[in-house]
Design a protein around this ligand. Sequence first.
Ligand code: PLP
Length: 383
Amino acid sequence: MKQIYMDNSSTSFPKAPGLGKIMGEHIDQSGMNMGRGGYSASFHLEQIAVETKEKLCAFFNGTHSRNVIFTSGATLGLNMIINGLLEPGDRVVTTSVEHNAVARPLHALTKKGVHWERFPSAPDGSLLMEDITRTLAPQTKLVIATHASNVSGSLISLGPIAEFCNKHHIFFVVDGAQTAGSQTMDMAALGLDGLVVPGHKSLLGPQGIGALILSDRLAAALHPTVLGGTGSRSDLLEMPDFLPDRFEPGTLNIPGIVGLNYALTFLMEQGVETIRDQKELLSQRFLEGLSVIDEVRLIGPGMGMPRESVFSLVFNHRDQGETAFLLERDYGILTRSGLHCAPLAHQALGTFPQGSVRFSFGYFTTAVEVDAALLAIQKIAAR
Ligand SMILES: Cc1ncc(COP(=O)(O)O)c(C=O)c1O
């Protein structure tokens, strides 16, 4: 049976064509360190790192490539912001559908006196305009919003939040885990202070590499939370005060950087708009097919609504975990069931604690695969 991978929200698969080869060649032929060696191979790797940052900066329209900090993924970037910025007494606001990468570090800080509030969520996981201004108060220090829910696929309207934050000088950070590489993002136009992206989802790179892109204002206010050697200002016991070194201690994931650099070139050749439009067509095809299947409930925006190609389904009278098992065993379809590391989202969407079965498409998902998934859903629902 042919496998049909529908867990791209977790990590994209396949990756950019040729990614493994390019990373393997790097490790076998020039797997040295950078920023620490006084030899040309090390300088060359440093150039690749800078080039990768320039691509990321251009891709998301950030301020400057030095404001791009390599991380291991979205989780580390979010932790660096949350733990490096918030002090007891500070107020932080998020959406109601945040991933545990935001929820867990914030929950830990509430025990130290940080006040955390959430925008109420519409039934499909989107944000209601009137709730934005009602929840945001000028004394808020930080707002974090996921660009899209990894449960419902709802796209969060960032514009109105950005407008309020810019007006009141509130730091606004976006978790781009579900949209980086599949939706356009313009940090400068929105006036964002931070964008967190993983390399391994729609950017089609490897696991273990991601980026945190900072505005100058947020970079100046942020304290480094991981300290160590940077290969620069080794005479100091303090972290250097310049970017990116202030936030990049330790040996970086150079094979990951090489891979991400390669994947970004591939993405730029395809064009994010093309990727977005292609996935949108598949989404509408899937939604149309779902609309005639009984005993299955879609959680999230329906046909014609803005969304990511992430679909949570609840199979009536069935265990969601068992359904995911049947999908693989009988149809070769790989999905993810449960709470998707986002219990708050499931609470907001009314699917806690049973969760859902999540289907998520990637750039390489085909219409044939979508139709096969619809047929499998129909058959399992009718059993
Ligand atoms: C919305 C959201 N934020 C953060 C993360 C964490 O990303 P990573 O595993 O790359 O750290 C995920 C992962 O699925 C996610 O969906």
